[in-house]
Design a protein around this ligand. Structure first.
Ligand SMILES: [Zn+2]
Length: 145
């Protein structure tokens, strides 16, 4: 039986940029990239950069939560385990990405990030909402729903 278009999702590979089509029922089964064989949705946060941010978040048909952070930011580091926990809980249902605002000023500037940590929820690159300040895992999960 043919898989209907509406039952699959495009997921951009954070490693090579290839856009993969993943059947909805396989999203939680550790799908791998058809081009580079790396995990597409590992359930762990992925680091994006100015170079690949737009391609990945714009071409992935899943909710995306971005953690704008920096290495010197204590509250950011303190929130990292909660962010990872939320990513694991939403494995296959949402993509959790981190953007280092010092290393990637172009993307941080475009989003007008004034304080960190700031979490931004995107759908296909469009901002739906944002929340500044460190959050517990349950609230990060809520942002992804
Ligand atoms: Zn790939």
């Amino acid at each position: 039986m043919r898989v209907m278009e509406s039952n699959s999702r495009h997921v951009a590979c954070v490693h090579c940029g290839a856009v993969n089509r993943v059947p909805a029922e396989r999203l939680g089964d550790d799908p791998t990239c058809g081009r580079c064989s790396q995990p597409l949705l590992s359930g762990a946060p992925v680091e994006l950069t100015d170079a690949n941010f737009d391609a990945v978040v714009g071409k992935t048909e899943l909710p995306v939560v971005v953690d704008f952070w920096a290495t010197w930011c204590g509250p950011c580091r303190a929130m990292a385990p909660a962010f990872a926990q939320a990513a694991a809980q939403m494995k296959g249902r949402a993509l959790f990405v981190k953007l280092d605002t010092d290393a990637n000023p172009r993307t941080a500037g475009r989003f007008g990030i004034r304080s960190i940590p700031t979490l931004v929820r995107l759908d296909r690159g469009q901002e739906l909402r944002r929340q500044s300040g460190a959050l517990p895992a349950a609230q990060i999960v809520a942002l992804a729903r």
